[in-house]
Design a protein around this ligand. Sequence first.
Ligand code: ATP
Length: 238
Amino acid sequence: MTALLEVEDLRVAYGKIEAVKGISFAVETGQVVTLIGTNGAGKTTTLRTLSGLLRPSSGNITFDGKPLTGVAAHKIVALGLAHSPEGRHLFPRLTIEENLQLGAFLRKDKDGIEKDIQRVYELFPILGERRKQASGTLSGGEQQMLAMGRALMSRPKLLMLDEPSMGLSPIMMKKIMETIRELREQGTTILLVEQNAQAALTLADHAHVMEIGRIALSGTGQHLLHDESVRKAYLGED
Ligand code: ATP
């Protein structure tokens, strides 16, 4: 079986500084794959490159059988790869509903769009209750839910989530993680970047630990959750 996403020897640099130094990994359809690692390891850079926001200096990206390297960001969304970025990037003056509609900007099927908006409200009932509220006035957790909902509105084959738990209370974080599990059960394939290694590894089918631009360790989520070096470095154990 060929993977939905295949990344081969990917390198990305900001000027002379190489942030991603030759990483390879794959995401199979239906899986949750996570990239964990400390600040500055290159996780966000990797996602931004996959979305076409940054150009790699070398390496190959294949998505759904097609090469992605050099393809424009909006075309990558059209191919089925959606990105819920770090820091959310919502349109603060627009309402929840308007933000969700913008997530479907490439679609023409009005009925399908309306159905998917309802599906987002089922996943996150608070968004339905506040549908006419400007997104800039939402709490951090609510904004995170909206960012995920907006990414889902393009009906992606692969949903990339960058630090969905960042800055959230433990209750909100639990809710977001439960939703990721629910989405997986509904068949959504997910590439998850997280600082919260415990939560990410618990969810993930497959995980990669990034350290200064490289993949230092890979395995199933369960395997890494019980790996001694991971426990010491990322799960705060002595
Ligand atoms: P975090 O969890 O802190 O977001 P990360 O693993 O996502 O970390 P990146 O944001 O990908 O890490 O950053 C990787 C490296 O690239 C860091 O050393 C960072 O300082 C550098 N970097 C990121 N963005 C830029 C930029 N626009 N210009 C120059 N260097 C950058």
